[in-house]
Design a protein around this ligand. Structure first.
Ligand code: AMP
Ligand code: MG
Length: 408
């Protein structure tokens, strides 16, 4: 058997070459899910004034009249307006939520605790606040110039709230890698084809890998497919190298007579980093680099292509998008129903996965017909890792799983 690179080494070699390189400013609405490549600082104090947090009466907390005697109401301040009158002892201003607290006042008593006199020209407050009650202090969230959102933060809807409030409407982010996807094989027809000859099949890997790229946060570029000829594959490879940071090919990397992808990649100037990994399915996986462009030659079998994408290519996409912890993330789980003794290679087997009442992952192996069986594989939510020559596992044994749809 040719030398098989341990999977961990293969992942390490991929990640060593997967640096986030492209940065750029994007409109805030397009930044969702991307990572900030530079910290965003507060453009001014936040809040920019002492802000009333409720509708109520602004007072001096030290005023003995508060909570006891009538106070004269000297002004009403709405959100967006500027108070003009200083609050002195024996006086108060009615302020609305979001209005600036007038000078002199250091607390706001909620409206419900006020008894109105003379049609609201004066009030008796039933409670005595402490200094700061009902006030969102100026600069208490972020001082002008301070880092409000650190570099590396993923833009979530919550982060969008901060960026919008700071006026950072074109944040600088790590631009996700463009990933060109091309298939190889004489038997392939576009997925839209009807009336296929018996030996022809639809190119399902193209749409599959585009979906996987998108799910991993990359930007897919569709190259279509090439037949099993050096000239066709070379043309496809050149188009991919010119357009993307990552080139994904499927098919043509095994030991068959028409497995032309490795020699064609060499002709195109792509330097091999590894070929063949201790992995089932996915042993023929090929990886190399052309300058800064990473090239993956994934096996053509649809399940092998998906498994090798999840273990090798998805981490590259994540790392190039600025993720410092790009995976693949193996999680502890219990193996319901056990497993048979494993063969000589590290295996990743399709499994249904759920959480038990304590929230722990529970996986159960699914029946399937091997790496060409995309139908049963589609029912899997996870892959169970089995070590080389692992003995049979009993029901409930500890195992490790890779979730296939981590966000779902
Ligand atoms: P290969 O890796 O080229 O030896 O292909 C292995 C198996 O995967 C063969 O049965 C191919 O017909 C199948 N296959 C290759 N490429 C694709 C593709 N793009 N879509 C679906 N099946 C494919
Ligand atoms: Mg082939």
């Amino acid at each position: 058997m040719p030398h098989l690179l341990p999977l961990e080494d293969a992942i390490r070699r991929v990640l060593r070459r997967s640096r986030a390189r492209r940065r750029g400013r994007v409109p805030l609405g397009e930044a969702l899910g991307l990572r900030l490549s530079r910290a965003v600082r507060a453009d001014r104090d936040h809040p920019s004034f002492h802000r009333a947090t409720l509708d109520g009466y602004a007072v001096r907390s030290s005023d003995r009249a508060v909570g006891r005697d009538p106070l004269e109401v000297v002004e009403t301040v709405f959100a967006g307006s500027t108070p003009r009158v200083r609050v002195r002892p024996g006086r108060t201003s009615l302020v609305m939520t979001g209005a600036p607290v007038p000078p002199g006042a250091d607390a706001v008593v909620r409206r419900e605790d006020a008894v109105l006199l003379r049609g609201g020209a004066a009030v008796v407050l039933k409670t005595r606040p402490r200094a700061g009650d009902g006030v969102h202090r100026r600069a208490s969230d972020a001082k002008r110039g301070a880092v409000a959102v650190p570099a590396g933060t993923v833009v979530t809807p919550r982060v969008t709230a901060v960026l919008a409030a700071l006026g950072a409407v074109r944040p600088e982010v790590f631009l996700p890698p463009r990933v060109a996807v091309g298939a190889t094989g004489d038997e392939l027809r576009p997925a839209s084809s009807r009336g296929l000859g018996a030996a022809a099949i639809r190119n399902s890997n193209g749409p599959t890998l585009e979906a996987l790229v998108r799910a991993a946060g990359g930007v897919p570029l569709c190259l279509g497919s090439a037949g099993d000829s050096e000239a066709e594959i070379l043309a496809l490879v050149r188009r991919g190298l010119a357009a993307a940071e990552i080139l994904l090919l499927t098919g043509g990397v095994s030991a068959g007579d028409r497995d032309l992808v490795p020699p064609v990649l060499a002709r195109a100037g792509v330097r091999k980093v590894f070929h063949r990994v201790d992995l089932k399915p996915g042993k023929p996986a090929w990886f190399g680099a052309n300058g800064r462009t990473l090239v993956f030659g994934l096996p053509g079998n649809p399940v092998s292509a998906q498994v090798t994408f999840a273990l090798l290519a998805a981490p590259a996409v994540a790392a190039m998008s600025g993720n410092p912890d790009p995976g693949p993330a193996l999680r502890p789980a219990r193996l319901e129903g056990g497993a048979r003794r494993n063969g000589a290679r590290t295996a990743f087997l399709p499994a249904a996965v759920r959480r038990d009442r304590e929230g722990r992952l529970v996986a159960r192996l699914l029946p399937w017909n091997g790496s060409g069986d995309y139908v049963h594989f589609a029912r899997a939510g996870a892959l169970v890792r089995r070590a080389p020559r692992a003995p049979a596992a009993r029901d409930g044994a500890a195992c490790e799983v890779l979730l296939l749809d981590p966000g779902a």
